[in-house]
Every structure is written in structure tokens, then in C-alpha cells.
Design a protein around this ligand. Structure first.
Ligand SMILES: Cc1cc2nc3c(=O)[nH]c(=O)nc-3n(C[C@H](O)[C@H](O)[C@H](O)COP(=O)(O)OP(=O)(O)OC[C@H]3O[C@@H](n4cnc5c(N)ncnc54)[C@H](O)[C@@H]3O)c2cc1C
Length: 420
């Protein structure tokens, strides 16, 4: 049997890779070792899992600290909007929840799997479940003369010959010999060993949920435990539905969580807008702005330094009325606003939801994969997508969207890229 593209793994990435390839006229076979496709899309907790996030491309990129640049092109080619359109075309109604989390209206993830399965089948993809791939070899000229293809071995049936392979075998905690990472290594890739990382800090305060997606660029983040400074780092901070994320948090997160152990009070995460300025400098700036624009709202003036949503949420959280006119701001509120412009504080939550605070990072090193096509830079004709790549981000729909986007791009490129 021969096909132009084989997609190995029928999860989020594999389903979209099969759709991307077949929409671009490839003869595609999708091989899934489980009984059904998309098994991991099923909620472990009986619903409530986000299937993507409504955030802007920039927001999605920010959610993958250090890997955003790699994902940028994939998010542009197949965005969260494209995913929602696809689901809508297949009759899945979706709703947006706090923090941009997108869920099916039914809250039944089976509906999403069935929709993707229907699209895959309608696109003419040959789907084989219980098709356990046991090995992949480079095969010279078997499919077409002069073309370097692949031979795919299966546990229970004859091998399949293909021109291109898209590896979408996900992240399997138990590394066995039938794992995408083993094959990727065999084809010359470096595997970043799995390591738990803290990518988000959950805070006692819930106002960050109101501004989820807002970013403060180049701010100084300081961790304090029992009044003593633990660490500080200057980078971008992203507000999420549960607290803080982004490059600064990736850097200081581990120390913040470690400091919490044994500390009786919640650890403080302080954010300084501009470490070169002090409260008096802010008050002088604010005073000038208030004087120059007496009929503007306080929140609009504060929005000179922060995103307006953040200005509003922070002022309210400190009991300062954001809608008050500049000429009616009291001296006490002016001073207080200057203080939070200088530094505002959040407190680490004692019992964070673990699956959204930590990710196990690891997988195929993305510096060895072309971000425009997901093609391996080590072995031509081999494409890698989804969680098999070392790209984990904060959950809440982001990692699934990364799987859809990289999968679609890989499938498309595998179907259309000229051969070596
Ligand atoms: C408990 C839990 C909760 C999560 N919650 C969220 C959430 O709320 N939002 C979010 O965005 N993300 C969430 N994630 C992450 C998300 O599920 C993954 O990012 C996504 O499933 C990755 O898709 P994938 O296609 O790369 O891999 P997978 O979905 O893991 O698919 C890989 C597929 O490859 C198949 N396969 C593997 N080896 C072989 C082989 N040798 N032969 C044939 N087939 C093979 C597997 O059976 C599997 O079906 C969660 C993950 C977990 C574990």
C-alpha cells in the first residue's frame, strides 16, 4: 500500500495534519494506535476543558515562553479563528468563558472529536485506528522513482510506503520504543529531556482574570517572602485567568513557589512599571496629566502607562474609582494611584490548580524544525507537530491550539512542498 502522506498519531495535531494534507490534494493515511481518534481531547474531569482560547495571536504567542517565535507562523496560518470556523462548519456551537477559554456549548468534548473525524473522513483521508506503528525507515525510491520515501511498519499488518511522514505522536510519559521521540532521534533530532517547569503563578487576587491577555512589557517582577526579597527579573508579564504568566514568570516562578514552602504568609509578587522611577516621580507625572486633562477619566490617564483594562481593574482593586474625572481626583487617591503605578502587588495562591501551573516540557528541539513548514531540518520529508515538539505552554486551550496549528501547517507543507 502506498500513500503520499502518512500522519502518525490521531490526536489534535494528527487530525489537523490529515485535514491540512488532504485539503491540499495529498492521498493521506492517518494511523492511530488507540481504538478511537482524539482520545486526549476527552476531558478527564467530565467537561469544562477548553478546546482553544479566543486570545489574539500575540496573546497565544506570549503563552509559550521562549517558544512563541517558533509558533508565530503556525498561529497565523491556522489560527484559533480558523479552528472555530472549522468547528462551526461541522455544526459545533462554541461559547467563550472567562479568560477567553472556548468550550463547546454542550461542554461535551466528544462533539469536537466527532466533528474533526467527520471532516477528516469527508476530505478523503484513509483512517486506521488500532494501527500501532512500530517503526519508520527511510526507503529509497519505492513510491516514485528518484523520490526518497519512508516505509512504515505496523504491529499487525503489512508495511505502508509513503512519500512523507507527519509525526504527531504527542507526549507519552512512558518512553517506549514505539514513540515518536525515538524515531525523531533516529532521524537525527535532539530530544530535550522532559522537565517540569512553572509557567504560571496563580494568585489570591482574581482581578487578573478580568484582564487576561493584557501584557506589561519590560516590567520588573520582584518576589518577596516574609518581607525579604527572594529574586527579581525584568521581562514581559502576561495576565491570565488565574494570575500571571509570560517570560518573567518562567524565570522567577520556580523560586517563588520554593519560597512559599515554609513561609507562613503568601509570597508577594510585586510588579514595578519602571524601576528607574519612584512614587514621587509617578505622582508628579500623574499630577501633570490630571492638570492638563481635567475632563478625562482617571483610568484613561493611567492608560498612558498601562493597558486600559489593567488600569481599570487595578484602580478598582485598590478602591479607587476609575471613572472619576481628573479634576475630581482627591489628593489621597492621586497618591494611591502613584503608589500602584510605582509598584503593585499580588499574592501567591497556596493551593494552585497544578495542571495549569506546571507543564512537563521536553520533546523534539524546535531549533531543528522549520517553523514555516514543521519539516525536520535533519531529515527531509519528515514533519513533526503537536506536543511531540518541545513547545508546551500554559494550558487553557493554548497547547491544544498549538497542536492544531502546527498539525495543519505540517500537513499542508507535507502535501505541497517540492521534494529534495
Ligand atoms: C489531563 C490533561 C488535561 C489537559 N487539559 C488541557 C486543556 O484544558 N487545554 C489544552 O489546551 N490542553 C490541555 N492538555 C494538553 C493537550 O491535551 C495536548 O496539548 C494535546 O492533546 C496534544 O495533542 P497531540 O496531537 O500533539 O498529542 P495527543 O493528543 O497525545 O495525540 C497523540 C496520538 O498519537 C497516538 N500514538 C502515539 N504513538 C503511536 C504509535 N506508535 N502508533 C500510532 N499512534 C500512536 C496516541 O495514541 C495519541 O492518540 C491537557 C493534557 C492532559 C494530559
Amino acid at each position: 500500500m502506498s500513500y503520499s502522506v502518512a500522519v502518525i498519531g490521531g490526536g489534535a495535531a494528527g487530525l489537523l495534519a490529515a485535514i491540512g494534507a488532504s485539503e491540499h490534494d495529498a492521498e493521506v493515511i492517518l494511523l492511530e494506535r488507540g481504538r478511537r481518534l482524539g482520545a486526549r481531547l476527552l476531558a478527564p474531569n467530565g467537561g469544562g476543558r477548553s478546546i482553544t482560547n479566543a486570545g489574539s495571536t500575540e496573546h497565544l504567542i506570549q503563552s509559550f515562553p521562549g517558544k512563541g517565535r517558533f509558533l508565530c507562523h503556525a498561529f497565523e496560518i491556522f489560527s484559533n479563528r480558523d479552528m472555530l470556523d472549522l468547528l462551526a462548519e461541522e455544526g459545533v456551537l462554541t461559547k467563550e468563558e472567562e479568560g477567553g477559554r472556548i468550550l463547546p456549548v454542550s461542554e461535551d468534548p466528544t462533539e469536537v472529536i466527532e466533528a474533526l473525524e467527520a471532516r477528516v473522513k469527508a476530505s478523503g483521508v484513509t483512517v486506521r485506528t488500532q494501527a500501532h506503528v512500530t517503526g519508520i525507515e527511510r526507503q529509497e525510491g519505492r513510491v516514485r522513482p528518484g523520490w526518497r520515501g519512508f516505509k512504515i511498519q505496523l504491529a499487525d499488518s503489512e508495511p505502508i510506503y509513503v512519500d512523507r511522514v507527519v509525526l504527531c505522536t504527542g507526549e507519552n510519559p512512558d518512553l517506549d520504543e514505539d514513540d515518536g521521540r525515538v524515531w525523531a532521534e533516529q532521524f537525527g533530532h535532539t530530544i530535550v529531556p522532559p522537565k517540569s517547569a512553572i509557567v504560571a503563578l496563580h494568585t489570591e487576587e482574581d482581578w487578573p482574570a478580568r484582564v487576561a491577555g493584557a501584557v506589561l512589557r519590560g516590567v520588573e517582577v520582584i518576589v518577596r517572602a516574609a518581607g525579604k526579597e527572594v529574586t527579581r527579573y525584568k521581562e514581559d508579564v502576561l495576565f491570565t485567568e488565574l494570575g500571571l504568566a509570560g517570560p518573567a514568570i518562567l524565570k522567577i516562578g520556580e523560586q517563588a513557589v520554593a519560597a512559599q514552602n515554609g513561609c507562613p504568609e503568601p509570597v508577594v509578587i510585586a510588579v514595578r512599571t519602571d524601576s528607574d522611577l519612584q512614587v514621587d516621580d509617578w505622582e508628579a507625572r500623574l499630577q501633570m496629566a490630571l492638570r492638563e486633562h481635567p475632563r478625562q477619566l482617571l483610568k484613561s490617564l493611567v492608560a498612558r502607562w498601562w493597558p486600559v483594562s489593567l488600569a481599570e481593574a487595578l484602580l478598582e482593586a485598590h478602591s479607587i474609582p476609575p471613572e472619576v474625572m481628573a479634576n475630581q481626583v482627591t489628593k489621597a487617591h492621586r497618591r494611591q494611584t502613584a503608589e500602584i503605578l510605582d509598584e503593585f502587588r499580588l499574592h501567591l495562591k497556596k493551593d494552585p490548580a497544578p495542571e495549569t501551573a506546571m507543564v512537563t516540557r521536553g520533546g523534539v528541539d524546535v531549533s531543528e524544525v522549520d517553523p514555516n513548514t514543521m519539516q525536520s531540518l535533519k531529515t527531509s520529508g519528515l514533519y513533526i507537530a503537536g506536543e511531540l515538539l518541545d513547545i508546551d505552554g500554559v494550558n487553557e486551550g493554548y497547547t491544544l491550539q498549538a497542536a492544531y496549528s502546527t498539525g495543519y501547517v505540517a500537513g499542508w507543507a507535507a502535501a505541497t512542498e517540492p521534494s529534495e
